[in-house]
Design a protein. Structure first.
Length: 358
């Protein structure tokens, strides 16, 4: 029995590890398509529940205990009610298939699964992993499982009940610590990625991150046939600010402008610092009209903002902006054409928006 238990723990470890890798790889897509994310979770954990049933532990030669309920609990935690319901249905249908249709055993197993789903929804309604809530859900599932065993032809004795309880509680505890460890590791990796991808002064995306985001926007636009926009802006007479007030105050101005660009950007916009006083914003699903409106909004916001220097002095800024959108501008030329529009705005008197021309 110990060998089978170790095999189950190995399955849990492998599934959680590779499932997390999959989620990270397609994180942005899954975040933007919540229902698809829930369905994938439900399907994968349903299949995982079947695998756990196939590797169940035989007790006293006639009774099998498995960790299928953990698949339902994990599914509710990771994908909510839709995911949990789908996982429950898959496991139940497989159990009915094993017994060749509706029998006392398959009916009891189905009720067991749905009661586990209800217990999980009660204790894990939010995606917050705490030991007390998790183990409460596991304990509730154990109670449901034990109650269901008394409806079968050969109810378990006290020794079997102890073994069932121990195995399921150990499985639940092991899963909690594995998920907790993975979550902490993921958070640490995310922080490192953010530090690598962010400009230390403005908090915007770094030039390297901008290049990666722009390539991603190109591929996404080709795949979805949706337009995307690019706004490039440069602070007018920034050298004069550095010469008059010093480079430390120049950095202060850049930092405050970074905050403004983050504040004014939509959820589909990715503001970056290209270098020096030059900035760029990639905007997903944005046609020429929308990008022109967004660029003008940024220009006005900067013009109306009061920038506070280190000694309390308040100054005003303006920016020149070049903007464009694909497919009006061929994607491969969008960066170049928007940059040309930016310098046209500066040559034409600054503090204005110029649209890129094909």
């Amino acid at each position: 029995m110990l060998k089978e238990l170790i095999n189950n723990f190995a399955l849990l470890t492998s599934f959680l590890f590779f499932g997390n890798l999959f989620s990270r790889k397609y994180e942005r897509y899954l975040t933007n398509h919540a229902l698809i994310h829930q369905v994938i979770n439900g399907l994968m954990l349903g299949l995982f529940g079947i695998l756990l049933m196939m590797t169940g532990l035989w007790i006293q030669g006639y009774f099998v205990v498995d960790l299928r309920q953990l698949a339902i609990i994990i599914s509710v935690y990771m994908g909510g009610s839709v995911s949990g319901l789908l996982t429950t249905l898959i496991i139940s249908l497989y159990r009915i298939y094993l017994t060749g249709g509706w029998t006392d055993i398959s009916l009891t197993a189905t009720v067991n699964c749905f009661m586990t789903l209800i217990v999980s929804l009660i204790f894990i309604r939010e995606k917050r992993l705490t030991l007390s809530k998790w183990m409460s859900a596991v304990l509730g599932a154990v109670v449901v499982s034990l109650l269901s065993t008394f409806f079968v032809a050969n109810p378990p004795n006290s020794e079997t009940i102890i073994i069932i309880t121990t195995v399921k509680m150990l499985g639940g505890l092991f899963t909690y610590f594995m998920m907790s460890h993975i979550k902490k590791t993921e958070r640490a990796i995310h922080l490192l990625e953010e530090a690598a991808n962010r400009d230390h002064l403005t908090g915007l995306y770094s030039p390297r991150a901008f290049d990666a985001l722009f390539e991603e926007a190109l591929h996404a636009s080709k795949a979805t046939k949706q337009p995307f926009g690019l706004v490039m802006l440069d602070i007018d007479h920034f050298k004069k600010i550095n010469d008059t007030y010093g480079h430390l105050n120049g950095d202060t101005v850049l930092s405050q402008l970074g905050l403004l660009l983050n504040r004014e950007s939509t959820t589909r916009a990715y503001p970056s610092r290209k270098g020096g006083e030059e900035f760029a914003i990639i905007i997903g699903n944005c046609d020429s009209q929308k990008v022109a409106s967004f660029a003008e909004k940024i220009r006005k916001a900067v013009e109306n903002e009061c920038f506070l220097l280190n000694d309390g002095t308040v100054i005003s800024l303006t920016v020149s902006i070049g903007a464009g959108s694909s497919p009006v501008i061929a994607s491969r030329h969008l960066l170049e054409k928007s940059d040309e529009a930016l310098y046209e705005a500066k040559r034409s008197g600054r503090n204005q928006v110029k649209m890129a021309k094909p």
